[in-house]
Design a protein around this ligand. Structure first.
Ligand code: 13P
Length: 252
């Protein structure tokens, strides 16, 4: 049985005060509620350390939204994996479609980042997904296959022991238009099959694959009860404690 994992990607929202308020509200909303769902929050860099302090003694894990693949040096404006570890991060989102499209990150760059994360014991949340044009052009599976094979090139099953994959169709992100549970399930099953071909069926069976793209309390349960959907990577709806916690509870 795979554990359901719900992560909240705060993106470029919440300054320090707003971050502390949100994480404190999430803790309050969760108190007294039993959940066997693994929870991850992904605040912006500037809030990681403070959110980490609020999270002490809870089961909630901390993730960063990005990192650079070099360990240190003259890379103005970048953040390294050891910096993230030093402020309490256990996970890091890599290959988010906003990084791919707005910041031109290629599969090769993402591959280097995954390698660095793994080397430094940060667990990657590896995002993949097709654009609307690609879906309408009938090449969704081709695009996903390329993102997965190039993104994970040179990495072994052992390297990827703690990998989380996240299928986020670009056309469903921030648009209010989620993939239907059937559309999402179809791609999740494809990803699992592909991972099974690239690695082993045992590894593929254990891989958590989250869905992301306009997940809300109103659609989360139906999405997460699909056989190959193991949780959610939530954007907009994670910025309010009550809706994020509703999504978490719907995953049980
Ligand atoms: P939305 O939930 O706002 O569509 O964002 C999804 C996402 O990109 C999470 O990483």
């Amino acid at each position: 049985m795979r554990t359901k994992i719900v992560a909240g990607n705060w993106k470029m929202n919440n300054d320090l005060n707003a971050s502390i308020t949100l994480i404190s509200d999430i803790k309050k909303e969760l108190s007294g509620k039993n959940s066997n769902v693994k929870i991850i929050v992904c605040p912006p860099f500037t809030s990681l350390e403070s959110v980490s302090t609020v999270l002490k003694g809870t089961e909630i894990s901390l993730a960063a939204q990005n990192m650079y693949f070099e360990d240190s040096g003259a890379f103005t404006g970048e953040i390294s994996s050891s910096m993230l570890k030093s402020v309490g991060c256990e996970f890091v989102i890599l290959g988010h479609s906003e990084r791919r499209t707005i910041f031109q990150e290629s599969n090769q760059v993402i591959n280097k980042k995954i390698k660095t994360a793994v080397k430094n014991n940060l667990k990657p949340i590896f995002c993949i997904g097709e654009t609307l044009e690609e879906r309408e052009g009938g090449i969704t599976f081709k695009v996903i296959e390329k993102q997965v094979t190039e993104g994970l090139e040179g990495l072994t099953e052992k390297d990827l022991e703690h990998l989380i994959a996240a299928y986020e169709p670009v056309w469903a992100i921030g648009t209010g238009r989620n993939a239907t549970p059937e559309q999402a399930q179809e791609v999740h099953a494809f990803i699992r099959q592909l991972i099974s071909k690239l690695y082993s069926s045992g590894f593929a069976d254990n891989l958590v694959i989250q869905y992301g793209g306009s997940v809300k309390p109103e659609n989360s349960k139906e999405l997460m009860t699909q056989p190959d959907i193991d949780g959610a990577l939530v954007g907009g709806a994670c910025l309010k404690a009550d809706s994020f916690v509703k999504i978490i509870l719907s995953a049980q």
